[in-house]
Design a protein around this ligand. Sequence first.
Ligand code: GLU
Length: 506
Amino acid sequence: MMDKKVRVRFAPSPTGGLHLGGVRTVLFNYLFAKHFGGDFILRIEDTDQTRFVEGAEDYIFECLKWCGLTPDESPLHGGPYAPYRQSERKEIYRQYAEQLLKDGHAYYAFDTPEELDAKRKEIPNFQYNHQHRLALRNSVSLTETETAKLLEKNVPYVIRIKMPDNEEVRFTDMIRGEVNFHSSQTDDKVLLKADGMPTYHLAVVVDDYLMKITHAFRGEEWLPSAPVHVLLWKYLFGLENMPHWAHLPLILKPDGNGKLSKRDGDRLGFPVFAMNWTDPRTNDFAQGFRERGFLPEAFVNMLAVLGWNDGSEQEIFTMTELIQKFSMDRVHKGGAKFDYEKAKWFNHEWIKRLPVSSLLLPVKRLFEEQGIAIDDEEMFAKVLELVKDRCTLLPDFVQQASFFFKLPETIDIASIKPKWDDKKNQFFMELIRAYELTTLWQHDELEKELKEMAAAHQIKSGELMAPFRIMLVGGKFGPGVFDIAEIIGREETIARIKHTLQLVNL
Ligand code: GLU
């Protein structure tokens, strides 16, 4: 049990499509919070105005909605610590930067971008740090009077953290255990920019404090920034209020060689973003898992087990089970290889498991997009039930079942012809007559009639099944042929037999 109410946050910078690693970070935050009856906060970290991307914030909200990961507090849902968008909290951060200045943990830096560029050219691997700061224009190298003069003249400045020269910075990561850094390895990061906006480093610490965040889980790529954050926590708020950190392992390319990127997805033909994303600046388009035909249940399940397991062989988990079973100590330290075939396997399993009622809406939309109107919902539900075991991605339903609603586009006559003869022709002519009179249009009955008639004609019924299927479906696929006949009905069944007979006898 936790001594205070668990509060976690997902803190994206809305700059583009949401990578599956991002969704997994949301998921682990969410599961952990809900496991302990805590709150999940969504905070938008948009302090870098140069990276603003139209539509990216709405996109994040929609992704979370699709995955069923509803925040308890967010810019959209409100909450006691609003505003939850950092650009609307600008005034809050300055006082903390000033406190750091006052306490000697930060300093003004007046260097112009041109001056810094010149330094970078002059010194290989230049870093603004304890080694070089005295040779730069800042309130550490200048006298108090010189600094005061520059401030008075409104010379633009940034505020930087003064990283200690020689200090061991440690913290306990919930996944990695003890983590140590040497303060000299990190440069004097900018905390407040010339436009008065905080950088991520200052804002993340201030907001985690003000929003009473108890656990901060984020991607491993943030680990190098952790010493800056730990020091800011120490200087501003005392370490005992600091959230517990966990840096989540990366999601790796299928071959395990480095972080999975959007480019890998393009190259290998699978999505990497949760939903379709078009970058408004470049018009670069990336297909999402949702649009590829993944169910949110499968997507979430697949992500949960990318780097976590419950200690058993179980692979399929509902959200309720995940909430119940999730624990941070079973998150793996190493990166998790992404396997698209496995992702599809999860979707297939979920299609099989979910009741047809949950599939109706998304699948109906796909049929309609293909110009196939669905008027009879009851029949539609029956069809989905019949073909769902054969579908891996949602568009497979269209491929597997469109023949129920319209004539097959092509009839595979080439497969029927080589074994076609007059006997079979006679048989199907008679079958038409029999089916015209069948009293009970029901699959067992239809099967019985065909088999009895086959016996009477001395043809093996097995030899008739393939042509019969092709007549109804167009090809050699689909569920039980008598089930199909029952659903499409007498008139349609007979019409399709007649249609193929014409073609095959041409
Ligand atoms: N704004 C950071 C990001 O875009 C958040 C990192 C964190 O959670 O501290 O990933």
